[in-house]
Design a protein around this ligand. Structure first.
Ligand SMILES: [Zn+2]
Length: 352
């Protein structure tokens, strides 16, 4: 396999928008900052003497994160997954003072509904959504959960026609893809090389007219970048491929031996795994030691910023608002919206 040269970036901020857990009492930790209760918007609550309370972030089964990549004057916002409910993503974005209109590119880690449903809320907020969406071709597969002793439950399957009809520009890639002039990598299908990461027992796919075991969920992919002087950053969704498989694959693709700060999503993927996958999860950290993981944060909504030569703490303002784009980045984004073809140019897919 040909090695991919990934161009380093100056900084990455990962803002968790949807996760299984949110905890308003957690303090800032390492490079991660949490939204303060006093910084969140207020919502009317007539049973309180003051008549209102903080409009708390909502947790839901699923995942979504906003990845802001800074390189020189350029700032790009990538939505990675969209959560499980139609309005959970956009509602939490509103609470965090983030605008759906600022999303430049969407990458969906895999086809499970708890990573896709929030696309509906985005369209409700954006009107017509002329945003590129990167997925693996197996994203559209019909799936169900068939656990022993329980009735099988079919999972909602995304409609390609509906997504395209809403304006999304679908890009299907089985192989690794570059974004942003070669500085952001979408892994595509991950090689499964460990003996203990055997996938999701009881997970089935409807293929050639019949339900068949589908433990591997081959459409599962991760987002990867290198922060100059800090090393690789890997962001996963469910991480069905297995976090050790993913990291091994990324190292093989990039031939990177640098230390690897792990996103919270990588670790929460372990927490979110089904009971039947527990042995896999408990063995993974032992293998992961060889990768020099650094867990950046865990639990709840958070913003994690890694930047070259900067203090580890986020530069987020005291109000809890994200720092705004530079005028140049805004102009670039506006121009890209006027000329969708130019957005497509950012998605230069390269097959190793
Ligand atoms: Zn999943």
């Amino acid at each position: 396999m040909e090695t991919i040269r990934l161009e380093p970036v100056d900084a990455i901020t990962v803002t968790t928008l949807v996760d299984n857990v949110t905890d308003s009492l957690l303090a800032d930790e390492g490079p991660a900052t949490r939204p303060s209760m006093t910084a969140l918007p207020r919502v009317a609550a007539r049973f309180f003497a003051g008549g209102d309370t903080d409009d708390a972030l909502r947790a839901e089964h699923g995942f979504a994160a906003l990845v802001t990549i800074v390189n020189g004057e350029r700032q790009t916002r990538v939505l990675f997954d969209a959560g499980r409910t139609p309005d959970g993503l956009v509602e939490n974005m509103r609470r965090l003072d983030l605008r759906p209109a600022d999303i430049d590119i969407i990458v969906l880690s895999h086809g499970h509904w708890d990573h896709v449903t929030g696309m509906e809320g985005l369209v409700g907020s954006l009107g017509r959504a002329s945003v590129p969406v990167l997925i693996h071709p197996a994203f559209w597969t019909r799936r169900r959960l068939a656990f022993p002793g329980r009735d099988a439950v079919e999972l909602p399957t995304t409609s390609k026609r509906a997504l395209e009809g809403a304006g999304f520009q679908i890009v299907e890639q089985r192989h690794p893809s570059f974004l942003l002039d070669g500085s952001l990598l979408v892994t595509g299908e991950v090689d499964r090389t460990t003996a203990f990461e055997r996938g999701f027992p009881g997970h089935e796919a409807h293929v050639h007219g019949a339900w068949q075991p589908d433990p591997l969920i081959l459409d599962d992919q991760a987002l990867v970048a290198i922060v100059r002087g800090r090393g690789l950053v890997v962001l996963t969704g469910c991480g069905h491929s297995g976090i050790v498989n993913i990291v091994r694959y990324v190292q093989k693709l990039t031939e990177s031996s640098e230390s690897m700060p792990s996103s919270g999503a990588s670790t929460s993927a372990g927490r979110r795994s089904s009971r039947s996958s527990a042995p896999r999860v408990t063995r993974s950290p032992r293998s992961a030691r060889t990768f020099s993981f650094r867990r950046t944060a865990r639990g709840g909504a958070r913003r994690t910023r890694l930047r070259r030569g900067s203090p580890r703490r986020s530069s987020r303002t005291a109000s809890g608002r994200a720092s705004r784009s530079s005028p140049t980045a805004d102009a670039t984004r506006r121009a890209a919206r006027r000329h969708p073809a130019r957005v497509r140019e950012w998605i230069t897919c390269q097959r190793p």
